[in-house]
Write a protein of this length. Structure first.
Length: 113
C-alpha cells in the first residue's frame, strides 16, 4: 500500500524558515520522482518542487532562491527546506508520487506576524 506522510508544517513569521518532511512507503522510492505541491485558499494546487531519483530538482518560479528540495533514498524521505518565507507561501503543502498517483494528507504552513 502506497503511503505518504508529511510533517513539519506550522506557524512562522515572515522571513522565517520551516522544514517539511515526507516519509514514503509501499513503492520503489529510490527510483521514483517525488514532488511537493501546495494549495492556498481559493487557488489551484501548484507545483513547488520536483525531485527525480538522481537528485535533479525543479523548483517553481515563486520559490526559486528560497526553497530547496532534497531526498534521502536510504530513509525513503523527501525534504522541503523553506527559507525567507512570505505570507504568499501560506498554503497546505502536499507530498506527491506522480507515477503512483499518490498524495499525502497535507501539512499546513501559515506565514504570519
Amino acid at each position: 500500500q502506497v503511503q505518504l506522510v508529511e510533517s513539519g508544517g506550522g506557524l512562522v513569521q515572515p522571513g522565517g524558515s520551516l522544514r517539511l518532511s515526507c516519509v514514503a512507503s509501499g513503492f520503489p522510492f529510490s527510483i521514483s520522482t517525488m514532488s511537493w505541491y501546495r494549495q492556498a485558499p481559493g487557488k489551484e494546487r501548484e507545483l513547488v518542487a520536483q525531485n527525480n531519483y538522481l537528485g535533479g530538482t525543479i523548483l517553481g518560479e515563486p520559490v526559486k532562491g528560497r526553497f530547496t528540495a532534497s531526498r534521502d533514498n536510504a530513509k525513503n524521505i523527501v525534504i522541503l527546506q523553506m527559507n525567507r518565507l512570505q505570507s504568499e507561501d501560506t498554503a497546505v503543502y502536499y507530498c506527491h508520487a506522480p507515477k503512483q498517483n499518490a498524495w499525502g494528507q497535507g501539512t499546513q504552513v501559515i506565514v504570519s506576524s
